[in-house]
Design a protein around this ligand. Structure first.
Ligand SMILES: Nc1ncnc2c1ncn2[C@@H]1O[C@H](COP(=O)(O)OP(=O)(O)OP(=O)(O)O)[C@@H](O)[C@H]1O
Length: 237
């Protein structure tokens, strides 16, 4: 569970991005963090990953302060940044170095995800394109089977077929108690993966709701997250 309580944060003194933010995320759910460019999505999920620290308030992962980045917490947390930096080694060497950090890592799953993404498993990471590197990172992250998986704009840099493969892989990797949160400003890319929607703008949470509840609310009209998102944002402008 991720619990954010009264979190305030700003990059510069006197300029608050978040002020008194509260949010609780539960295991077993896939959260979509939606917001336009500059809304604060990356900053919020970096707080969850312990990469930015609250000025006031707290952010805890399963009861531990994220900012402490305890080894016990880190082996159950995977964060995929928007731009993935990977060491200049082959995939087998990468695996030898990193898989030991994740006790639930599953090699068979990793190989299967690479196969679906069409990345040769013996590739040298230095020779892969931006999108191919991102696929290796995503495959590794899902195969790590951590309790918490945080992805920042995971579909950025993926071409259209790869976005479909991404959706298939995330769906097939879904396990009952993993908490997944994905940020995006491209709502359509993640629409049918998400089961809870969080919309933020200018550092504030505009809406948090289960997609099932939203679907029922909008029934008999089909729920279109992109239209809802634009409507919520328009009301603020
Ligand atoms: N390192 C930084 N130093 C100063 N300001 C920053 C820094 N990183 C982000 N910001 C500012 O914080 C605000 C939120 O940025 P953030 O990257 O969290 O937004 P975002 O919703 O992830 O945007 P995008 O969709 O473009 O990735 C923006 O106004 C941005 O200019």
């Amino acid at each position: 569970m991720i619990v954010i309580k009264y979190l305030s944060y700003g990059y510069r003194k006197g300029q608050q991005l978040f002020e008194g933010l509260n949010l609780t995320l539960h295991p077993g759910k896939v959260y979509g963090l939606l917001g336009r460019n500059g809304a604060g999505k990356s900053s919020l999920i970096k707080q969850m990953a312990g990469l930015l620290f609250p000025v006031h308030g707290s952010c805890t992962l399963n009861g531990r302060e994220a900012r402490h980045r305890d080894p016990d917490m880190l082996e159950q947390l995977f964060f995929i940044p928007e731009e993935c930096q990977l060491p200049p080694v082959t995939i087998p060497v990468f695996l030898r170095i990193y898989q030991g950090f994740y006790p639930n890592f599953n090699l068979h799953q990793f190989e299967e995800y690479l196969r679906i993404f069409r990345v040769p498993p013996d590739s040298h990471l230095r020779r892969l394109s931006f999108g191919q590197k991102k696929k290796v990172y995503i495959a590794f992250a899902l195969a790590a089977n951590t309790a918490v998986l945080i992805m920042d704009e995971p579909t950025n840099g993926l071409d259209i077929p790869s976005k479909l493969q991404f959706r298939d892989i995330v769906r097939s990797a879904g396990c009952c108690d993993r908490l997944t949160i994905m940020s995006t400003h491209q709502v359509k890319d993640l629409d049918n993966l998400i089961d809870n929607v969080i919309m933020i703008d200018q550092g504030q949470i505009l809406l948090q709701a289960d997609k099932a509840a939203l679907t029922e609310y909008f029934s008999p009209e089909p729920l279109d997250l992109e239209i809802l998102f634009n409507r919520v944002i328009d009301q603020r402008s």
